[in-house]
Design a protein around this ligand. Sequence first.
Ligand SMILES: *[C@@H]1O[C@H](CO)[C@@H](O)[C@H](O)[C@H]1NC(C)=O
Length: 193
Amino acid sequence: MAKIVLFCLLSLLACAAGQRITTIHLDGVQYFISRMNPYSPELNYFLAYQYCRSLGLQLASFETKEKAESMTTYLKNAGYGNYDFWTSGNRLGTGMFLWMSTGLPFNATFDFFENSADAIQAGLLDPVDHNSNTSPQRTARDSSGAEKGCVILKQPTLKWMPEDCSAVKDFICEQTRCYYYNYGSIPVSSAQG
Ligand SMILES: *[C@@H]1O[C@H](CO)[C@@H](O)[C@H](O)[C@H]1NC(C)=O
């Protein structure tokens, strides 16, 4: 199941070091799990993001219940249930939780937060407040977003938990695609107006 991939086309960093990285395919998504790679350091949220980008990947987002469940089940079965992992989730911009890699808000149909207060802030538990103009989702008033502003899978349950973005953790990268737009790119040259 685990697959060794040479990312020479995707990663200048890994290639410059002649480094092999191990990724997995789980339910059709390719993931890099830092804990599976002995040379991959634990990093803070920002450096974890940068590390994923250097591999041509992004920090993982969990936009469906199935995807979140299959990852936590895999991590536990593979013996990685005793580590914290960064996801792409954060509330740094507005106090509302967003998946940074996809730009999407958290999926309101399920709640994997460890604490209900965080689920409420993410708009997952209180649909009345979710639709009101004073909900956290509609205002940028939360100046404390930087404190515990980034979302980890928290051991041992691997439920979602906000953590200080500067904390040093393992992390999960994934290959993401944009499912929602057809960009309709127009080929141009730099000489064209
Ligand atoms: C939200 O989660 C449900 C259950 O996993 C899924 O069917 C649905 O597609 C998700 N919505 C989005 C926008 O991903």
